[in-house]
Ligand binder design. Structure first.
Ligand code: FPP
Length: 256
């Protein structure tokens, strides 16, 4: 019998992989509700999808994978859900460090680390240090992250430089702004995936996704399998990326 995981995988052109894939993992609550369970049951089952996706990215050799794990706005959820999510993060970091090591994955984070509970920060730091020598996929967890928060922070830092006379407004450029963002050492995502049939960006990487290809799937996050990830990459590879140019310019550049 044909291995299902190989159907889309076989179609992927390994020479044209996106350098950075970002994912809005959505639908955990609805998945649990459909099964008559509490929302946290969905989050717990979302961990399996995280593991599968990280493994798939590492096996393919995707240099950067960013997962939107907790947004600034998620702090407005019921206290019980927030606490359960924070505990899940801690236990997942413990249980999945082996997966990261086995797959040569390096962990990084973006977001307002200061706002996270100490136990999450310490655990995160430990795993970041433990995986720091890994040279495969960089797994970027967006935690207590929102793009407007990040951009505001960058603008404040630039304004301080201008006030201090270290920078003139004439020197401002897109590269300069990018260099002040949390993602300063990370290439912009080429593919952004959102699960659960919602067509929103939800304050995620707003500056960085200027030219990203957007891919939406109805699959709820806990059901997101390697095959879904491969399908998204195949879909991306079948698109023509024009960056504001016309089709003929892009096609002739690809041939030259
Ligand atoms: C969105 O679903 C998901 C989250 C806010 C949390 C994501 C967390 C995980 C996948 C589990 C642990 C993750 C890591 C990285 C260890 P939702 O709750 O908004 O679902 P809904 O839209 O159906 O309510």
């Amino acid at each position: 019998m044909k291995d299902l995981d190989n159907t889309y995988k076989e179609k992927i052109d390994s020479k044209r992989l996106p350098e950075h894939i970002a994912i809005i993992m959505d639908g955990n609550g609805r998945w649990a509700k459909k099964k008559g369970n509490e929302r946290i049951f969905g989050h717990k089952n979302g961990v399996k999808a995280v593991r599968n996706t990280v493994e798939a990215a590492a096996e393919l050799g995707i240099p950067y994978l960013t997962l939107y794990a907790f947004s600034t706005e998620n702090w407005n959820r019921p206290r019980t859900e927030i606490d359960a999510l924070m505990s899940l993060l801690v236990s997942t970091l413990d249980s999945e460090t082996k997966t990261l090591m086995d797959n040569n994955v390096r962990l990084m984070t973006i977001g307002d680390a200061e706002s996270l509970p100490k136990r999450v920060r310490l655990n995160m730091q430990r795993t970041i240090e433990k995986t720091s020598g890994n040279t495969g996929t960089n797994l970027v967890l967006a935690l207590s992250y929102s793009a407007r928060w990040e951009i505001l922070d960058a603008v404040k830092s630039i304004a301080r430089k201008v006030e201090a006379g270290e920078l003139s407004s004439r020197e401002l450029s897109c590269d300069m702004i990018s260099s002040q963002l949390q993602t300063k050492d990370i290439p912009d995502p080429e593919l952004l995936i959102r699960t659960s049939g919602e067509f929103r960006i939800s304050n995620f990487l707003l500056w960085q996704i200027a030219y990203a290809e957007l891919y939406f799937t109805n699959t709820l996050w806990p059901d997101f399998a390697k095959e879904d990830f491969y399908e998204a990459i195949c879909n991306y590879q079948n698109r023509e990326r024009r960056f504001g140019k016309i089709s003929e310019q892009v096609v002739s550049k690809m041939r030259s």
